[in-house]
Design a protein around this ligand. Structure first.
Ligand SMILES: NC(=O)c1ccc[n+]([C@@H]2O[C@H](COP(=O)([O-])OP(=O)(O)OC[C@H]3O[C@@H](n4cnc5c(N)ncnc54)[C@H](OP(=O)(O)O)[C@@H]3O)[C@@H](O)[C@H]2O)c1
Length: 333
């Protein structure tokens, strides 16, 4: 049995990019399960842009992480001790275990993983919240139809790469937006998008008009900011804009809203925020479809796995905002 549990706690609310002084490393005795509980040894942490938002005070879709609390994080791990009839030692599980080495659970919100179908890390990517977000964002909020022209930002990232692949499976014409020529190559060659645009190169709006001469029917937005304005300038009549996230704004003290929003009126378009947790009762149907596509080789899961300890978490989180990842960013402990 392990003797200690190393943890990362929130020490201060950051302004801008999180700094080392915003974190505290602590260690406490490793937990033991009570009746109806089990202990998870965390093997992989999900590194998410949303973590930056959870560090802020103020209204959001989940309460902020308290100062002094273990940082919230999704993850996967193995059961190391169990007093729970539904979970046995050795089971692979996913859940919100926090940035720590061990977590006690009563099983609520914890899923057992079928490792015969996919490697455990895929359950943080295509077969986890990442894939579910792409699925419901595109098909439910975006109401994708066959033949639609679809644009996805953050296209080489976790959610974006899956959203584009699902759009292709459903018969869309798909254009990705990503940072740099290497990511653009990946977007077309590995994820199978029809085209990719490097937003760091000049004339994004002009290039988008060339690629989408009849306008954009669905925009799956992961980044917000200037790119959102550029895409708004190119929407088709009746377009659906899915606000999945706005990673370009998460470290800003003042969020830049869409200046070009009158295009919604011009094009009789809609812009709708979506949150994956709202679809919890439909996860089984989506998981079955995602797993079928994955098994058939129609969905590629890519993960960027950084190896380290919980103390490498602060550094790994920053890498997301530098664009160091392709596909899902994971810290392997
Ligand atoms: N609504 C929901 O339920 C839900 C659920 C999960 C995730 N999300 C959101 O989905 C989005 C994507 O999340 P993810 O986990 O898939 O992360 P991700 O896209 O894998 O990682 C972040 C990527 O964002 C890009 N980026 C960073 N700074 C940027 C900037 N200033 N401008 C443009 N792009 C920038 C980088 O790619 P480049 O190199 O291409 O810049 C980076 O690789 C986030 O906004 C997240 O909050 C929403």
């Amino acid at each position: 049995m392990p003797s200690t549990n190393r943890q990362v706690r929130l020490a201060a609310r950051p302004s801008g990019l999180p700094r080392p002084t915003d974190w505290e490393f602590t260690s406490e005795p490793a937990p033991a399960p009570g009746a109806g509980e089990f202990v998870v040894g965390v093997t992989h942490l999900s590194i998410d842009p949303a973590m930056r938002g959870w560090m802020n005070a103020g209204r959001s879709y989940v309460p902020p992480v308290d100062i002094g609390a273990v940082m919230r994080a999704g993850g996967i791990g193995r059961v190391t001790a169990s007093e729970h009839p539904g979970f046995a030692v050795g089971d692979y599980v996913s859940g919100t275990f926090g940035v720590q080495e061990y977590c006690v659970s009563d099983g609520r919100g914890v899923l057992k993983l079928d490792t015969s179908l996919a490697e455990p890390t895929v359950y943080l990517g295509v077969l986890g919240a990442t894939g579910l977000t792409a699925y419901f964002g595109l098909l439910d909020t975006g109401r994708l139809k066959e033949g639609d022209t679809v644009v996805v930002s953050g296209a080489a990232g976790a959610v974006g790469s899956v959203a584009g692949q699902i759009a292709k499976i459903k018969g869309g014409r798909v254009i990705g937006i990503a940072g740099g020529p290497e990511k653009c190559r990946l977007v077309t060659e590995e994820f199978g998008f029809d085209a990719a645009i490097d937003y760091r190169a000049p004339h994004l709006r002009r290039t988008l008009r060339e690629f989408a001469p009849r306008g954009v029917d669905v925009y799956f937005d992961n980044v917000g900011g200037e790119i959102l304005d550029d895409v708004l300038a190119c929407i088709a009549r009746g377009a659906r804009i899915v606000i999945c996230g706005a990673v370009s704004q998460y470290n800003e003290s003042e969020v830049r809203g869409p200046a070009n929003y009158m295009m919604l009126l011009v094009a009789r378009a809609s812009m709708t925020g979506m949150l994956v947790f709202d679809y919890a009762d439909r996860y089984p149907e989506a998981m079955a479809e995602l797993a079928g596509w994955y098994r058939a080789g129609r969905l590629v899961s890519r993960e960027t796995v950084v190896s380290g300890s919980v103390e490498d978490f602060p550094e790994t989180l920053l890498k997301l905002f530098e664009g160091a990842n392709t596909g899902k960013m994971i810290l392997a402990l």
